[in-house]
Design a protein around this ligand. Structure first.
Ligand code: ADP
Length: 183
């Protein structure tokens, strides 16, 4: 089972992905977490990604593909996975199709978590991660709108997309996501 959790920064993908991975017994891959760990450990990928992550820019697609391919070889991924923060560009979506078809796997569902921008900004300011400063948040939202949101049409066209309301208690949002997956 391959589930893509989709949505703007701050809609709660990370929180929901952890819960879903546990409930469904599949792995969780957050490319944002993977980059933060690589940066912390100053690996070669981390050194390349650093400037992009801190500026709220997208890490170049070839570097992203590397980190995803590496994660997918982990046997924890044999049962499937929740993808959180990937793909974010059309090129990444196409790279994912290539990786999956090489394994004879396919995307089960894309769940888009919808939250309005002012709620997102308030949530992220409260979270206060290094890249959660208002100007960088606005930049990340612009990048999302320009580069990532167009994938909604891409996955909608394939009949894989369900949009759920991301406002409310964590458990309630989780119930909506599970219903979307099981529909
Ligand atoms: P958020 O969704 O709140 O912005 P993430 O933890 O998902 O947070 O991502 C943090 C940063 O990591 C992004 O702003 C970007 O620099 C980088 N990043 C994560 N995933 C990707 C990706 N698929 N493609 C390019 N850059 C990415």
């Amino acid at each position: 089972m391959i589930i893509i959790l989709f949505g703007a920064p701050g809609v709660g993908k990370g929180t929901q992905a952890v819960i879903l991975a546990e409930k469904l017994g599949v792995a969780h891959l957050s490319t944002g977490d993977a980059f933060r760990a690589a940066i912390k450990n100053q690996t070669p990928v981390g050194q390349l990604a650093q400037e992009y992550v801190s500026a709220g820019k997208l890490v170049p697609d070839d570097i992203v593909a590397k980190i995803v391919e590496e994660a997918m070889t982990n046997e924890a991924f044999a049962n499937g996975c929740i993808l959180d923060g990937f793909p974010r560009t059309r090129a990444q979506a196409e790279a994912l199709e290539g990786m999956l078809s090489a394994k004879g796997a396919e995307i089960s569902k894309v769940v888009n978590i919808a939250v309005d921008d002012s709620t997102i900004i308030a949530r992220l300011l409260q979270r206060g991660r290094a890249d959660d400063q208002e100007e960088i948040i606005r930049h990340r939202l612009n990048v999302y709108n320009d580069e990532t949101a167009p994938l909604l049409d891409f996955y909608g066209g394939k009949g894989l997309l369900t949009t759920i309301d991301g406002i409310g208690e964590v458990d309630d949002v989780n119930t909506r996501i599970l219903a979307a997956i099981q529909a």
